[in-house]
Design a protein around this ligand. Structure first.
Ligand code: CDP
Length: 240
């Protein structure tokens, strides 16, 4: 836990309720909208609690820069960016170590489900703009990204959704919000494929015992179902 925790965030769980009233295994409210950027080939807007992300897909299209071409399959280019106004402290525009890392892990989390080999020598650009950040931005962006890819008509083996399991006040909790992430002990973002729940991303900031790790995987498997439902419902609603 951070050493200078404000008094109001010292107790993150009271009577099994969290500071925003949620139960330990409860996700924040989820809202997904498809087709919000008409100029893109695919797009999705997502809100998970106060975290808000806009995702746009361009492609499959001619690959640029040319030296990055893969003659056997499409290349997925991911650009994650926190907009300057997305946090209470202005974020400096342009790439950073953190945004490069998140772009890379997001690419890994998604490319195994995309039939990239159907588009040799082409590129698919995926833009993830964090409009408002209240923890879980990479998980939220990944959840919206597979919806935007589906909207772009890109063939995939399944959808990918993500959430985070954390440890706060020594208890495991699903989908941390900002103060829980900042002042809790552990944050483990995890992404899974809808069809088989294979894990495509797993990171950890902090630590878990072996038992806690096992339990958090089980919690993630359960918590992720409503996200898959929300993804499918958003796509269905768009095409109705
Ligand atoms: O967003 P995510 O949990 O995937 O990544 P993180 O690097 O663990 O960041 C956790 C949270 O810290 C973000 O979601 C933001 O709410 C906050 N943050 C911030 O306020 N300013 C930054 N420059 C980076 C992160």
């Amino acid at each position: 836990m951070a050493s200078n925790v404000p008094e109001k965030y010292k107790t993150l769980i009271k009577n099994n309720k969290r500071i925003d009233g949620r139960k330990l295994d409860e996700l924040r409210p989820v809202k997904i909208e498809v087709g919000v950027v008409p100029s893109a080939d695919g797009s999705a807007y997502i809100e998970i609690g106060n975290t808000k992300v806009l995702v746009a897909v361009h492609g499959p299209k001619e690959m640029f820069p040319r030296h990055m071409i893969n003659e056997d399959r499409a290349v997925l280019n991911v650009r994650y960016a926190m907009l300057p106004f997305s946090t209470s402290e202005r974020v400096r525009p342009g790439p950073s170590r953190r945004s490069n890392e998140i772009s890379k892990v997001t690419r890994h989390a998604l490319e195994s489900v995309i039939f990239l080999e159907e588009f040799p020598a082409m590129g698919i650009d995926l833009t993830l703009d964090i409009i408002q950040a209240d923890a879980g931005t990479r998980a939220t962006a990944i959840t919206a990204a597979s919806v935007a890819l589906a909207h772009a008509g890109i063939p995939m083996k399944g959808l990918v959704a993500a959430t985070a399991i954390g440890k706060i006040n020594d208890k495991l909790a699903v989908d941390l919000n900002g103060p829980e992430d900042n002042f809790g002990q552990t944050d483990m973002p995890i992404a899974m494929i809808s069809t088989n729940k294979n894990i495509t991303l797993l990171q950890m900031d902090g630590d878990f015992t072996k038992e806690e790790f096992k339990t958090s995987l089980e919690m993630a498997k359960k918590a992720i179902d409503p996200l898959f439902e929300a993804q499918k419902a958003a796509l269905q609603k768009y095409y109705e």
